[in-house]
Ligand binder design. Structure first.
Ligand code: PEP
Ligand code: MN
Length: 295
């Protein structure tokens, strides 16, 4: 068997040498990983995702997206947008379409929620990130959001990933609940293969045997992904831990581990939040976290 493997290797080297001599070929790189466009081996420099208001994701600045789990009312999103903008967030997060585990839980406000969020974000100079749950929502969402969020439950919705490959808005791609890093990078590849290279990856905790936290925040995924891929990587310690007392330590850890930005759930009244109140920071807690992140 090893003789066969050695022979196969020699044949491959021969093919590589032959192709390298063809006119117009500068270099031949053997693909050993199944994803190519997302792979750092093919593009050494970090991908920068740029926005018209000057925000750059993947560069020197740690970009913070903050806001409620879900848009609940015009007043709620306005209060939270004003607070997080003043404290240094650059992006307003909030779901209008919520993928809830139970069909009886609050499902989001839908289209009116997107409009409320856009208006609040514009009043405070924030970009908007919101989750898309189906490719059919693209015509509605494209004019209203700056970043399309693919939720953990949809990371392997390949039909939607293909559709996102054809648009010219950045995509925040969350790691699936039980997805390997390779599967995450392959999901990014689906989007990039369609021509949209503005993909921001996001570690948001994975399912393990541990029950002390809602998910297990895989901080190690950040340096691993940074090594394998040139794409920017965010961390979401809110879904990652499910507990507001664990959000700040994991946010700091994610930045120390090389994360390019954070997605943080913040609510002015978490006790009355319609979703994920237990993991939402109070505004003063967010203020303290931002001060710590600056250090
Ligand atoms: C969210 O960001 O509120 C959310 C639903 O995230 P995830 O898809 O990571 O569970
Ligand atoms: Mn949430």
């Amino acid at each position: 068997r090893s003789a066969n493997a050695a022979e196969e290797h020699l044949r491959a080297l021969e093919r590589k040498g032959y192709i390298e001599m063809l006119p117009g070929v500068r270099e031949v790189v053997r693909v050993t990983q199944p994803y190519k466009l997302a792979n750092r081996a093919f593009k050494a420099e970090d991908t920068l995702v740029r926005f018209s208001n000057g925000v750059v994701i993947g560069g020197q600045e740690i970009v913070v997206a903050a806001g409620p789990c879900a848009v609940e009312s015009a007043g709620q999103i306005e209060t939270i947008a004003a607070a997080v903008a003043q404290l240094g967030a650059r992006i307003l997060r909030g779901g209008a379409f919520k993928p809830r585990s139970s069909p009886y839980s609050f499902q989001g406000l839908g289209e009116p929620g997107l409009h409320m969020m856009r208006e609040a974000a514009d009043r405070h100079g924030l970009l908007v990130v919101s989750e898309i749950m189906d490719a059919s929502q693209l015509p509605l969402m494209l004019p209203l959001v700056d970043i399309l969020q693919v939720g953990a439950r949809n990371m392997q919705n390949y039909h939607m990933l293909r559709a996102l490959g054809t648009v010219s808005k950045p995509v925040l791609l969350k790691r699936g609940l039980s997805a390997t890093i390779e599967e995450l990078l392959l999901a990014a590849e689906y989007i990039m293969d369609g021509g949209n290279h503005d993909v921001i990856l996001c570690e948001r905790g994975i399912r393990t045997f541990e029950t002390a936290t809602r998910n297990t925040m895989d901080i190690a995924a950040l340096p691993v992904i940074k090594k394998l891929s040139h794409l920017p990587v965010f961390a979401d310690p809110s879904q990652g831990t499910g507990r507001r007392d664990q959000v700040a330590p994991m946010a700091r850890a994610a930045v120390a581990a090389g994360g390019d930005g954070l997605l943080i759930e913040v609510h002015h009244d978490p006790e009355r939040a319609l979703s994920d109140g237990a993991q939402s920071l109070y505004i003063p807690q967010f203020e303290q976290l931002m001060a710590e992140l600056r250090v």
